[in-house]
Design a protein around this ligand. Structure first.
Ligand code: RB5
Length: 146
């Protein structure tokens, strides 16, 4: 699976680690920055990953900032994105099963690295439950009503 990752300056080391972790598990990690040593604005990186997902360039995206909050707010402004900010394995699993989240947002300053690995694994390994499709259709209709 081809997965785009990006972070702001608050989570560069975390992102590099998770990119490598994904590669070790057979995924193709597409690293969209930021560069180490930069100070950047998270919406720019959220947009880059969100566009890569909605155009189909990648199957899914991972966004990491200090809390994950800014990335999730920004990514969800792009039509077609269902970005989920998760803090544990249970919410990661449910983000996949119920919300069909196509972007996972993580807080690099608030979670430990092992927890983030476990979250990523749960999100990648859990399938969407089609019984939730009607609710997602309503989310899409809401998006299109803007
Ligand atoms: C950057 O200092 C910080 O605000 C950002 O990483 C993120 O936590 C925003 O939601």
């Amino acid at each position: 699976m081809r997965i785009a990752l990006a972070s702001d300056h608050a989570a560069v080391e975390v992102r590099l680690h998770l990119a490598e972790w994904l590669c070790e598990r057979g995924c193709e990690a597409v690293d969209l920055g930021c560069e180490p040593g930069q100070r950047v604005d998270y919406p720019d990186y959220a947009e880059a990953v969100a566009r890569a997902v909605v155009t189909g360039d990648v199957a899914r995206g991972v966004l990491i900032c200090g809390t994950g909050i800014g990335m999730s707010i920004a990514a969800n402004k792009v039509a077609g994105i269902r970005a989920a900010l998760v803090h544990d394995v249970t919410t990661a699993r449910l983000a996949a099963a119920h919300n069909h989240a196509n972007i996972l947002c993580l807080g690099g300053r608030v979670l430990g690295i092992v927890t983030m690995e476990e979250i990523l694994a749960a999100w990648l390994e859990t399938g969407f439950e089609a019984r939730h499709q009607g609710r997602l259709d309503k989310v899409t209709a809401l998006e299109q009503s803007n």
